[in-house]
Design a protein around this ligand. Structure first.
Ligand SMILES: [Zn+2]
Length: 482
């Protein structure tokens, strides 16, 4: 493929994030913890849209959205309505979605804002609160499936939609934006991006000279870069072949890793938006905003600065760690057991993160604990193993979850470990028995006594020959000093 210059690419994202910290759905009291449940178990007349039922807004969802808007520097509307977005689709039992709208007297939840990536600001166009539709399940792919199953457990789950301006210039930058956004949402505690389907994305992309193509249903942040790369290559090839890229909507097929045309749309679809008559308008007071501002947790950019100051990290390393809240938390957990932050950060960034990236895994999926890495680093610090050995041991820890000392023993490094253990205990015996040490210089029996103490202290788990040798050497040192 011929390279496409970044100045010729325009990408905008529409990100849907579930508010996974809520106990219930957006407008009813059904549980939102649906992931391990059988299909269609968490449903009620409200989320199924039975006529005559009344939705009630989940107050916590409003609080979450407010925190998100503040964190993204977006201006929150003082007064707003919910709107009905009407369309007929099997995943939408009511035939309308309760959302927000910026026309017909409506305002979105918030307007404007930005996310900072390195030195660049990706502008936010708007943020709104809406309900998730149900989930359509296909047998195989969307094209080949003979039927579609519908699971309404997800219908009416609280979502926030975050729409960017077309400021993104490459698939890689799109990934960086999404990583940063996810880290912000996780630091706020409103959304856990590791839950399946909790963060989904539509992307629109256009190349210079072509129209805007929208890619729908990218089910995870990881897929976005892939989908955009495919789509940019496809559009470029078409244009080089003299074809015209018209406005259309395409579907990202994760299995085949291609985009497929769903429909070409020359005009915006008419969703017949109108204000939702069953919900009261929302007013956001200054006091409400101030109260939430006071309760805002530490955000990734502030955490980066703190890491630099408190742990003396370089900007680049601090940023890499705070890019993922779980990694940043893990780093700080380790520091409760280990006092060299720079060394630790080098190992996490140089070894752990590449491992997770290559395996396409999240930290919590691999059951790697602070003790795993801290024990390993302590073995380097006390000279038991060198860095090169430690690197290969770490790879083994990551794939087997064994503790470092187990691997060190298995690798035949046990003798070194034993010797260190004996030396440590000999020192203690000598310190605790000054009289016997003094006697030992003239009396062999005192040496036997000290040996006995050493065996008691180590519960007899040491090799007597090695122990005897080390003890006598140590006593010789005492003698030499006299
Ligand atoms: Zn319900």
């Amino acid at each position: 493929m011929s390279m496409v210059k970044s100045s010729e690419i325009k990408i905008g994202l529409e990100v849907h994030c579930q508010l996974t910290n809520l106990m219930t759905k957006l407008f009813c009291s059904c549980s939102s913890d649906y992931r391990r449940e059988d299909p269609n178990t968490y449903i009620c007349p409200i989320c199924m849209g039975v006529p005559g039922t009344l939705p009630v807004l989940n107050e916590k969802a409003l609080e979450d959205a407010t925190m998100v808007a503040i964190a993204l520097n977006s201006d929150i509307s003082e007064r707003m309505l919910f709107f009905r977005k009407n369309y007929f689709y099997p995943d939408m039992p009511k035939n309308f979605q309760i959302s927000q709208y910026d026309k017909a007297g409506g305002v979105p939840f918030s307007l404007g804002g930005y996310v900072q990536i390195n030195k660049k600001k990706i502008r936010i166009r708007r943020i709104q609160i809406e309900e998730d539709p149900g989930k359509l399940i296909y047998e195989g792919t969307i094209e080949s499936s003979a039927y579609t199953l519908v699971d309404y457990n997800r219908a009416n789950i609280a979502l926030i939609e975050i729409v960017t301006e077309p400021d993104i210039r490459s698939p890689k930058e799109a990934r960086k934006f999404l990583e940063k956004l996810r880290s912000i949402l996780e630091h706020l505690g409103v959304s856990d991006g590791s839950l399946e389907g909790s963060m989904r994305c539509d992307a629109n992309v256009s190349l210079k000279g072509g129209r805007r193509v929208e890619i729908k249903n990218i089910s995870s942040f990881k897929e976005v870069e892939r989908a955009l790369n495919f789509e940019i290559t496809r559009q470029k090839k078409f244009m080089e072949g003299g074809l015209v890229i018209g406005q259309e909507t395409r579907h990202w097929d994760e299995v085949r890793r291609i985009t497929i045309s769903l429909r070409s749309k020359e005009e915006e679809e008419d969703y017949r938006y109108f204000p939702e008559p069953d919900l009261v308008p929302i007013k956001i007071s200054k006091e409400y905003l101030e109260d939430i501002k006071l309760r805002m947790p530490e955000l990734p950019d502030d955490r980066t600065k703190r890491f630099m100051k408190q742990y003396n990290l370089l900007l680049q390393n601090a940023e890499i760690l705070t890019r993922n809240k779980k990694i940043a938390d893990f780093f700080e957990e380790c520091l409760k057991l280990y006092k060299n932050p720079r060394e630790l950060s080098n190992w996490l960034i140089g070894e752990l993160l590449p491992y997770l990236h290559n395996k396409n895994k999240e930290l919590e999926e691999i059951r790697f604990t602070p003790k795993h890495i801290v024990d390993l680093l302590k073995f380097i610090d006390d000279g038991t193993i060198n860095r090169k050995m430690a690197k290969s041991i770490l790879q083994e820890i990551l794939s087997t979850r064994k503790m470092p000392y187990v691997i060190i023993k298995e690798k035949g490094l046990k003798k070194i470990l034993d010797k260190k253990y004996v030396i440590k205990n000999v020192e203690k015996v000598i310190k605790d028995n000054p009289k016997a040490v003094e006697d030992s210089l003239v009396d062999e029996k005192a040496i036997h006594y000290l040996m006995g103490q050493l065996m008691i202290l180590t519960k007899g788990k040491i090799d007597p020959k090695i122990a005897d040798e080390i003890l006598r050497k140590r006593l010789q040192l005492v003698k030499n000093r006299l």
